[in-house]
Design a protein around this ligand. Sequence first.
Ligand code: ATP
Ligand code: MG
Length: 334
Amino acid sequence: MKKTILTGLRPTGNLHLGHLFGAGTNYLKLQDDYEFFLEIADVQALTDNFNNPDKVRHNVYEITMDLLAIGIDPKKVHIFLQSKIPQIAELTVYYSNLVTVSRLFRNPTVKAEVAQKKELFGNDGESITYGFLGYPVSQAADITAFSGQLVPVGDDQLPLLEQCREIVRKFNNIYGDTLIEPEAVLSNVTRLKGLDGNEKMGKSLGNAIFLVDNEEEISKKVMGAITDPSKIKKDDPANPDICMVYYYHKLVTDNDALNTVCSECKAGKRGCVACKKELINNLVKFLEPIKDRRKKYEENPSLVKEILDDGTSYAKEKAAHTIDKVKHAMKIDY
Ligand code: ATP
Ligand code: MG
């Protein structure tokens, strides 16, 4: 029998290069050989966007089109909508008893995200909501509802996956062997940095190149990218290893050209503006086929809705089976 994959994305914005290199490349590699559930996590997106439902709704379709544009095949991957699977909410309630509040507060991903969202949760996280604090529990429900064995993610998700594994172990200890412990699958770019040098390119961090960005948007962003601060004049030698422009050249520039970028930068033979322009060209070229594939779906929104509907009804069947097993184990199968 095929192993099962579950992973998800929050409809909080379009896909960016971090998604593509951090997680998307693995989706593409794995989609042929596994039973693959890909969740559009609208309920999770609402935990920190509860005051902006239009944004979440709009991005459900945007992100689905982005996924299809990078080459996700809807015949192989069940793309589904979290809010349409009530069993996930039900599992979340049952699992809530298996996690302490202090453990959730100590979760490194929750801590980092609360620190980034001061406007919403206050300077010291004093206004954090019950829903946001509990989203790792809901994520454990996402994974186990489909008996996910492998979870392709970026490394910001590892503490959440560990939290899920703890819940599974505790559940199985108390109620008997029912759930499967999932494992993370990381790509070779475990966390793509932002153009601003931030440790993570994130949709909600204002430092991302989106797959839908046009040349003008890409130019503006790349022109503002962080370079070696010691290089003042065009012909000063610099260190490419601390330059975000070189960091992105490594993703989209072919090997020979990349060696030239590196050696000319070190020798002071290349100005940052020329180097940025070359990167802009390469990024535009790199994104062209993705944009071409996207057009078909942009012109046919009913096709996107149909893909989501089909994926969701398939996912619902699987989740219904899990909830029966869970309720039986918990002796609430009246
Ligand atoms: P948000 O800021 O709203 O949380 P996000 O950019 O973190 O958005 P998610 O939808 O939370 O995107 O993440 C989807 C997947 O993409 C996850 O597996 C996550 O680990 C991965 N991912 C997101 N950003 C990066 C990145 N910069 N590098 C590698 N992987 C990433
Ligand atoms: Mg995220």
